[in-house]
Design a protein around this ligand. Structure first.
Ligand SMILES: Cc1ncc(COP(=O)(O)O)c(C=O)c1O
Length: 368
């Protein structure tokens, strides 16, 4: 069966090899007689799944040993509260607002600490990134929050800010929900990274948190125990019942990522090369057309989420209907932005982007 190409922003498509393996193991995981869904999280079978997932992610992303990898619940939005509960120490935090998600983050954090907007690109309708030299960072901030890929606006940091170089000792917190495992991370610049799994890693339900050990033990007394990073870390993410099936699928995805090859490159470097090639193909098709338009500055266009508009918006419905008929699904843009959005995460094959580009050209020619 050939499946359609799914451009959803999340929950999003998963590698077909992962879905096939999960299907094959659904009723009986490795001779255990159980589905992974039916296992105790404290049994040896699930513990081995968990330990492999953790080790594979650490290896894949070269996460240093002084960082803990936590598998939590609540998604990115819960982390908007969990981070200040754990890191703010009741003090202050600085936010760089580059789109809807970082804006949501700063609004939530206001419940727990003193928030300042260090920089914002609201005046450019979130189509650019503020130069780091313009960021107003406070000396006493407990942390600085950045969303490294704005899923709705299609704006991505091509490199992480060097806070030390900007004169700040505050740890950098990154929301990498829609960017995780699509490119390497420079962990020397990061204090904490969080992201829901449902875009690049697996099904909704598990949230990955990678946190430097020295940031673990500062939670406010009101922080729920299940959301206290130290408690979660001390219990290997099993203080409460973790989202076991989602962790299992994420683990299969990590193995799939480790198997990636592109020339000499392997693993995360290989998937990054694939992602660069896919994004280039799609942005070139948009830029070279008379009908389609992407408004984001070229230096910060997202490799993962490509919002675009038809210059003649009266054709939107026809565009989407024609796409669906060709097996190109979920291309409608976010309601706050309009237009279209093609999310081309790790699991989107090059063939999917090629099919989309052919359709873009065909639709434009037909309507000319
Ligand atoms: C960058 C980013 N942060 C946070 C979220 C919210 O994640 P969740 O729905 O898992 O809470 C999303 C969801 O799309 C996102 O794209």
């Amino acid at each position: 069966m050939t499946r359609p190409f799914n451009f959803s922003a999340g929950p999003a498509n998963l590698p077909e090899a992962v879905l096939q393996q999960a299907a094959a193991e659904m009723l009986d995981w490795h001779g255990s007689g159980m589905s992974v869904m039916e296992m105790s999280h404290r049994g040896k079978e699930f513990i081995s799944i968990y330990e492999n997932a953790e080790a594979d992610f650490r290896e894949l992303m070269a996460v240093p040993n002084n960082f803990k990898i936590l598998f939590m619940q609540g998604g990115g939005l819960a982390e908007n509260a969990i981070v200040p509960l754990n890191l703010s120490r009741g003090g202050s935090a600085d936010f760089v607002v580059t789109g809807s998600w970082s804006d949501k983050s700063q609004k939530e954090a206001r419940k727990y600490c003193d928030v300042q907007i260090a920089a914002t690109t609201e005046s450019s309708a979130f189509t650019s990134l503020p130069p780091t030299a313009s960021w107003q960072l406070r000396r006493n901030a407990s942390y600085v929050h950045v969303c490294t890929n704005e899923t709705i606006h299609g704006v991505e940091f091509q490199q992480l800010p060097d806070l030390k170089g900007l004169g700040s000792d505050a740890p950098l917190v990154i929301d990498f929900s829609s960017q995780v495992a699509s490119r390497p991370v420079d962990w020397s610049r990061v204090g904490l990274a969080f992201g829901g799994a449902q875009k690049n890693l697996g099904p909704a339900g598990v949230t990955l948190v990678v946190v430097r050990e020295d940031l673990l033990d500062h939670a406010l007394p009101v922080c729920p125990s299940a959301f206290n990073y130290k408690t979660v870390a001390d219990n290997d993410s099993m203080y409460n019942t973790p989202p076991t099936y989602a962790i299992y699928i994420a683990g299969l995805t990590f193995q799939w990522l480790k198997r990636q090859r592109e020339g000499e490159a392997t693993g995360i470097e290989a998937i990054e090369k694939h992602n660069v090639a896919k994004a280039q193909l799609l942005y070139d098709a948009i830029d070279n057309s008379q009908l389609y338009l992407n408004k984001v500055s070229k230096d910060c266009r997202s490799r993962m989420n490509v919002p675009f508009f038809l210059r003649d918006e009266s054709r939107n419905d026809a565009f989407l209907a024609g796409a669906k008929a060709r097996g190109l699904l979920q291309l409608k843009g976010h309601k706050s932005v309009g237009g279209m959005r093609a999310s081309i995460y790790n699991a989107m094959p090059l063939a999917g982007v090629q099919a989309l580009v052919s359709y873009l050209q065909e639709f434009e020619q037909k309507q000319a």
